[in-house]
Design a protein. Sequence first.
Length: 214
Amino acid sequence: METDRRRRWLAGLIGLPVGIAMLARSAHAAAPSPARDDRGASLDAIAAREAIRDVLYRYARANDRADEAMMRSCFWPESTHKHGAFDGLSSDFVGYAMKVHHTIYYSTHFITNAAVEVNGDRAFSECYYAAHHRRPKAGGTGEEDAFFEGRYLDFLERRGEEWRIIRRRGLADYTTVMAAATPYAAWPAGNSHHGPDDEYFAMRRAFLSKAQGA
């Protein structure tokens, strides 16, 4: 009997380090490693930057298609906006921009050099813009081309899974206006249009319909 107890005691001593090692490995496997956490944070930041660039590009597209709903989707309702003489709510700036676009014949807006810094659910971005407006001259005496260059500085917030601008500062670096040599109606290929007549809207509807299996 005494011999059996001694054997069990010795077996326990021998097995104790093995058991401790197994528990340690199990705890190590269950706890996320710092490297794994860093990879997750990096992937989230990459996805966030891509989503923010989509907001910036969507804003340019909304200008050229005179799509008010699309432009409003770039800003949170309480977003503020300072650009040129305008200083107020982004929602009011959208209304101002739509009035401008409904008076011009054609526009193109380009966004480049989008640099985005992400910190959790907040972000800061800087991008360059270039724009061209074909518009009637004041007084209705012909047409002119206006060219604009500058930068947008934006604070953005993520709410749920969606990123939008919460504060925009537009900086105008260059503007020039030139008399138009050829009227817009005489352009050889006028395939871009404001509003729902542009082919973008028809092709997007077809894409979504097929994606939804309709």
